[in-house]
Design a protein around this ligand. Sequence first.
Ligand SMILES: [Zn+2]
Length: 261
Amino acid sequence: MSLSPPLSPARLDRFARHIVLPEIGGAGQVALAGKHIAVIGLGGIGSPALQYLAGAGIGRFTLVDDDVVDASNLQRQTIFTSRDIGHGKATSARRWLANFDDALEVNISDSRITAENVGDLIAGADLVLDGTDNFATRLAVSDACVAERVPLLSAAVGRFQGQVGAFAGHLVASPCYRCFVGDAFDAEDCDTCAEDGMLGAMAGWTGSFAAMQAVRVLLSGVSRFGQPMWGKLHILDGMTPGMRTLTIAKDPACKGCGQAA
Ligand SMILES: [Zn+2]
C-alpha cells in the first residue's frame, strides 16, 4: 500500500465537513483524493452525480459521452447551461469540472461506447458509474467491468422511478448487472426517456444517491462509511415517495460473470 500525501491546508478547508465526520475522517478524504472514477453517460444521472463526486474530492475522473447538449436536457442535466447547447457533453462536463475544482484530474471521451472500446475507457478505474440510457450500452459496460475487474454502479431513471445497483461480478459470490437483467436486452432498440418523460428532480435524486453509493464503495476498507453493498439494488420511488432495496442473486449461467464466461 502506498502512502498518500497529506492534504494541503486549502484542501483541508475545502473538505472540512467531510473530515469532521468520524465515518469519513481525514483518512477517508485522503483516500478519495487518490481514487479514479469513470462516469459513463453525462445526462440525467451523470450530471448531478458528477457534481457530488467532484464535491467529494475524488481525485481523478474519466468522463464518457458521445452526445451533444440539447435544450431539452437542461430541465434535469444540471451541469449544463444554455451556453452549452450544441456543444459536446464530455467537453462541457470537463469545462464544468475545471471551473469547479481545478485540482481534479480529468480525461474525457466523446466516442460512442461499444463492446470493443469500453474496456480501454474503464481500465484502471476504481469504480465505474454507468448512467447511460439504453440496455445494450449498459450490458457492454457491465461485461467490460467484469473483464477488467472494476466494480460497477449501474443507475437508471425514468418518469418517477430511479434505480441504483452495486455490482462486482468479478467476485465469485457477487452478481453482475447482466445477472440482474438477463441477455434479452442486448439489441439496441430498447427504451430511452424521450417518449416517457421524467421529473427533473427525480434524476437529481437518483444521481446524487448514486454519488453517495460511489463514495461508500470507494471508502470500502478505509473508513466506517465504506460498505459496497454488492448485489443490492435500490429502487427510488418519487410518487409515494419512498425507497425499496432488493438483493440480486448471482446467476451461475450468466454469460457476463458466470462459469460460462
Ligand atoms: Zn452476471
